[in-house]
Design a protein around this ligand. Sequence first.
Ligand code: R2B
Ligand code: URA
Length: 338
Amino acid sequence: MKIENINRQFLDGVMAGDYPDVYYHFGVSSNDPVLKNFRDVRAVVLAGSGERIKEFAKIWSKKRNNRKIYTLPKEERFVFCYCDGVIFASHGMGMPSASICVQELMRMVYFLKGGDPDELDQVFWVRVGTSGGVGLEGGTVVVTTEGLMADLKPYRLLIGEREQYFDGRFPADVAEAIVEACRDSGLEVVMGKTVAGNEFFIEQMRLDGAIRLAEEDWKYGWLNWIHEHGVRNIEMEGAMLAGFMNHWGFPRFAMICCTLLNRLHGDQVTASGQELHRYSENAGKALFFYLETIMPKLEAKAPARKKPAVKKTPTGRGEDGGDAEPTDQEPADGGKAE
Ligand code: R2B
Ligand code: URA
């Protein structure tokens, strides 16, 4: 971690218990007892839609012996779920929305890890999303190597009249490990740079928006230019995500996006509902292939025991008052998916 870039002026007081940190858009504060349940977080999975987040949490729970899914009641802005070491959170569309989600989660994770840099280094962050392919057909999974804006410069924000640039690079070892985890999966997975548009139409050089500020030659000139520079897809959050992760020095983060269309062939997303579902499932599959390689292995379920030789009392109960029939072992926390 780059300790010097962490906002200790504010966070030290939170850690000392002088005041709570209010994660306003998630509707929870650092002094809420529910947070104790999230301390083992090792991965933060982000996606645009709340529905998708709930699906991911259910899939993860199923893979993890039906461990309990915790949710937060406020879902007006972002949906939040926690299950077995993973925070799943939606970020909405675009960098203004997603940047709020990411900053509040960075503070929350800092709190959960007691501000310990070694613990923070272990947390893996990933956005799983959709995108427009540049020279790639729908359904391809792109693992991002660098997030850039439409002019191929990194993410930047205005601090008054000053421009603040952020580092948009994604850690190469993590991107390579994701591709490796998908190697025998049958998924089409490529690595490449990703442009994050601040807007879906104008900044992604679409000609089908309500407002049209470019023509065909400019559009294809731009698409070919970014393709020549190694860009393989266009979405709306990656440059910010990498910028904020690098600012605090998180060493492990990634972005996995499926393509919904090839932007060299058009602007409108015309794939059928079924196709779109399949495309977006591809990115989810890639996520879980990788997640399973980095999360602690599940303890093997205890084999079903033979009927124990319990002497039955006249009530039909074992002598300890419990059921004489053997039951499958419950998950350690006794949790059940919601
Ligand atoms: C991908 O899809 C959304 C726009 O349709 C946006 O959030 C993104 O990055
Ligand atoms: N999401 C985007 O931001 N752009 C696309 O073209 C498709 C999905």
